[in-house]
Design a protein around this ligand. Sequence first.
Ligand code: PMP
Length: 360
Amino acid sequence: MSRAYNFSAGPAMVPEAVLQQAQEELLDWQGSGMSVMEMSHRGKEYMSIATQAEADLRELMAIPENYKVLFLQGGASSQFAMVPLNLLGDKKTADYFNTGQWSKKAIAEAKRYCDVNLVASSEAENFCTIPDTANWNLNADAAYVHYTPNETIGGLEFQEIPEVGDVPLVADFSSTILSRPLDVSRYGIIYAGTQKNIGPAGMAVVIVREDLLGNAGDSTPAMFNYATHAKADSMYNTPPTYTWYFAGLVFKWLKQQGGLEAMAKINQGKAQALYNAIDTSDFYANPVDPRYRSWMNIPFTLADDGLNDTFLSEAKAANLVTLKGHRSVGGMRASIYNAMPEAGVQALIAFMKDFEQRKA
Ligand code: PMP
């Protein structure tokens, strides 16, 4: 068997050791005589799996006690609606940063429920930078401020938490959660789809400050009300049991790697190596403001677009797959989440150098 270095933006690579453990436990989880997939979510065995996963995530991210952790269906996209449904209360307006395609989607969904005040937008700069703090237009009366810390498509990442005063800060961490330590206490809500840095698709992890619960209007569907899930420990209905279990295996793996401090060092090193390879070449280019380049998603173009297909097919033959850029950006994109080994990034860099030498 030969496993590829898979640079997909998501679903993405998961650690091989975790896949192996899941395989070992697939038919019979720890002597229970059944697969995790076959367990009642209310049974003793599954409850222990779910509780342990939450405890490990809390430890990894140092989540304060006044935050609930929810494991919900619907991916990150459902959160685009759940955030306004749960946080607006009597307010009519919310603040949004517009820094890329995922910000735009969140904004479009919020507009169904409220007026959106744009704090700042880099759309005119092709989403290649983050507007200066001095030009931010924050509204003290907004119900919350939403931003996308890492834009998966553009490869743009906030390197600091935005300073927004007393208004609750809400963040879509889908493509950068667990990549480095984070001060959770600065946030009202953190949410993330699981299929990039956590595990399989089909779930969102939502970390919500307790005082923000209970503000959804009566017409909010029960499944879209955070309070429903918080009260039931995410077992109001049948949760995505296998994905939750698998996330727990990834959390344990991250702890074994030395936690988020250790991951930050590795991730920064991987990203720097790849950016350095791009910047020192006249053949490859990355358009993003160097101050805000993503550690997780690295788009790059070739000097000659006509070579894109050859690049992709030769890369594939070298076991480097899913490098095609998003259709809205073109070129290539290397997504290098926690589970992408340093050796994978080094293999990509070596391939890029060799390709350049032969084709430039
Ligand atoms: N937000 C960001 C930043 C993303 O990258 C994605 C998925 N690529 C989403 C939201 C949507 O996630 P989902 O498919 O889980 O709804």
